[in-house]
Write a protein that binds this ligand. Structure first.
Ligand SMILES: Nc1ncnc2c1ncn2[C@@H]1O[C@H](COP(=O)(O)OP(=O)(O)OP(=O)(O)O)[C@@H](O)[C@H]1O
Length: 607
């Protein structure tokens, strides 16, 4: 439960709403207590007019200890029995109505407060996701990440809202009722309250079993959904490999497990309400049995029994909810523990304190850099050094898996090198403020990603202030995609991603190039961004790129050699090392991998 104490900052933030809510809970229970008190009074009044009745006047303190109730009863004492009953019924109706309004207000304050806290907490979790680095994302699955946002936060909300509300309600109602009952008859009170703790414990046990079972059912359901989702996404692969019936068997097995667990949960659920009703029945029975025995000895106790039956009925639901609230709090504590652990994680890549804002001009120096991916132990870069002057264009070539992308990841500071350093304009990039460093580079990653948004917004994505349509179109023209966008029914307002139109791989790649072209930084990194376009389009983009790259330092990774752009340096990487380095002519003279690739390309073009 200690874990939940971190939420105190939110209770403090919403303290007025919180306190008001608690006040509503307490006052709603004050009005609840009026009902049995007045009912008891009616009983006494009726008893007093029966033949052989005890004609003693009614002792007000025995009916209620409340000032207002006492005054009301005092006022009625002078009235006829008919009027007493009418006014008492009216008082019960008014008290119940006021209680209803107060209960509405209690939900409006406490439950609404919990929704505010849920909103704040989701933002806190999302903010942490944004801060965490690539290393964290490699070691966590998307399902796990989504669970924290959805499941854990919502379980914590059941503590900040319903659990707090019911707990205060239990304390207030039990407090008021038991105080009144004890004042009226200690012996009877103890006897009738006896089954209630047993009820609370039983409900707690049954509830814990239900929670465990429903967690299992939930896990199986999410497994089932993931399977179904994967088979929809991979339907073409399934069909082409004729795996429909194998998939069906697989799905059925999972479904069977889900079915068995869901049935077992339904069986336990079925015990829940009967066990609650049984306990409530037992309490009422004890009240009537004990009360009747007392009434045989003392006829004036009949009204008291009626009053106690109302108390017991009022108490059973709150007392039975103790178990439910306790298990809700346990689950919330477990979820908050997970959230606390996650919120404590410090990103390994972050701005050093006092780091300077980057103002990149374009000089890059990679000095004896080595890098091994921490979670796999793969050494991707090995003692690599490279000097790039402001405005130079560098072509990076290498076999697949040779370390080209890893080099750009180090330049963008998605990871830090294990050895050596990277300097921009003579400053180690670890000493530059991280966001300003990334903001001043244009990067087209190898894996294209478009958001479920309009094409216009996707191109504008990296800009602080969105550019106008003319600027967006210019970027798209340079990426050779403008005409194709205009041909779409909604043009630049077309939605892409899961909810939108299906664009071809090449179209997506060019939109992502346009996203980089719209930025005007001094350093640009293009990672194999022309792999999905044909030769003609490639040529058009390279022409657009030539103008764009003017005065910019550019590192372009590719598997094809471009001669449209005059590269100042060309490097060939193999196993994380530079194995060939020079200009186009230098490398042709070296007769290495570059020459082999170039000649192969020329032969292909001649075919
Ligand atoms: N995120 C990662 N985590 C662990 N290992 C990685 C990661 N990314 C790449 N690697 C490994 O590092 C090595 C270099 O990969 P990298 O992606 O840099 O090569 P590349 O030259 O860009 O390849 P390609 O041309 O196929 O894109 C490979 O052995 C790869 O398996």
């Amino acid at each position: 439960m200690r874990e939940l104490s971190v939420l105190n900052k939110y209770f403090w933030k919403y303290r007025y709403r919180f306190l008001l809510g608690i006040l509503f809970v307490i006052s709603s229970n004050y009005f609840a207590i009026i009902v049995p008190e007045i009912t008891g009074y009616i009983g006494l009044k009726i008893q007093s007019i029966l033949p052989n009745a005890n004609k003693k006047s009614i002792h007000l303190d025995k009916i209620s200890s409340d000032y207002f109730v006492k005054r009301f009863i005092n006022w009625m004492e002078a009235l006829s029995i008919g009027k007493v009953i009418t006014y008492s019924c009216l008082a019960i109706i008014v008290a119940s109505l006021i209680r209803g309004v107060l209960m509405f207000c209690m939900r409006q304050t406490l439950i609404v407060m919990s929704r505010h806290i849920e909103y704040d907490q989701k933002n806190e979790v999302y903010d942490q996701y944004q801060k965490l680095d690539a290393e964290f994302y490699k070691s966590h699955t998307t399902g796990d990440l989504m669970n924290r946002m959805a499941e854990d936060v919502s379980r914590v909300r059941s503590y900040t809202g319903p659990a707090i509300m019911y707990l205060t309600n239990i304390v207030a109602l039990v407090g008021f009722s038991v105080y009144n009952m004890l004042k009226k008859d200690v012996h009877l009170t103890l006897m009738v309250l006896l089954p209630l703790p047993i009820l609370g414990v039983t409900i707690y046990i049954v509830n814990s079993i239900i929670n465990k079972k429903s967690e299992r059912v939930q896990a199986l359901l999410s497994d089932l959904t993931t399977n179904a989702q994967e088979s929809y996404s991979g339907i073409r692969v399934i069909k082409s490999f004729v795996q429909e019936s194998a998939m069906l068997h697989f799905f059925r097995d999972k479904g069977e497990q889900y079915r068995k667990n869901a049935i077992s949960l339904a069986q336990t659920d079925a015990i829940y309400f009967p066990s609650m009703t049984l306990m409530i029945g037992l309490s009422t029975l004890t009240t009537i049995y004990m009360g009747s025995k007392m009434a045989i000895d003392d006829g004036s106790k009949v009204a008291l029994i009626v009053e106690f039956v109302i108390y017991i009925n009022m108490l059973t639901f709150p007392v039975s909810s103790i178990g439910w609230v306790a298990s809700m709090m346990q689950r919330a504590a477990a979820s908050q523990k997970r959230l606390n652990e996650f919120l404590k994680i410090e990103p390994t890549i972050k701005s050093e304190s006092g780091s300077a804002k980057a103002d990149l001009q374009g000089d890059i120096r990679i000095k004896n850099v080595s890098f091994t991916y921490p979670h796999t132990g793969i050494k991707a870069i090995s003692n690599l050094s490279l000097d790039i002057k402001k405005g130079e264009k560098v072509l990076v070539i290498g076999k697949t898996g040779s370390g080209k992308t890893s080099m750009t990841q180090l330049l963008m500071r998605f990871f830090d090198p294990d050895e050596g350093s990277i300097e921009m304009d003579g400053v180690d990039i670890r000493k530059l403020e991280l966001n300003s460093l990334r903001e001043q580079m244009s990067y087209v990653p190898q894996d294209v990603f478009l958001f479920s948004d309009t094409i216009f917004n996707n191109i504008n994505f990296g800009l602080r202030a969105p550019a106008d349509i003319e600027t967006v179109r210019l970027a798209a023209k340079r990426a050779s995609i403008d005409n194709e966008i205009l041909e779409l029914e909604k043009g630049y307002d077309t939605l892409t991603g899961e909810r939108g139109v299906t664009l071809s791989g090449g179209q997506k790649q060019r939109i992502s190039i346009a996203r980089a072209f719209i930025k005007q930084p001094h350093v640009v990194l293009f990672d194999d961004c022309l792999s999905a376009v044909d030769n003609k389009t490639e040529h058009e983009i390279l022409e657009g790129m030539k103008t764009y790259l003017h005065n910019k330092t550019a590192i372009i990774i590719t598997h094809r050699i471009f001669t449209t752009i005059d590269f100042d340096q060309i490097i060939v990487i193999d196993a994380g090392k530079i194995v060939e380095h020079g200009t186009h002519n230098d490398l042709l003279n070296q007769q290495g991998y570059y020459t082999y690739l170039y000649q192969k390309q020329i032969l292909e073009q001649k075919k």
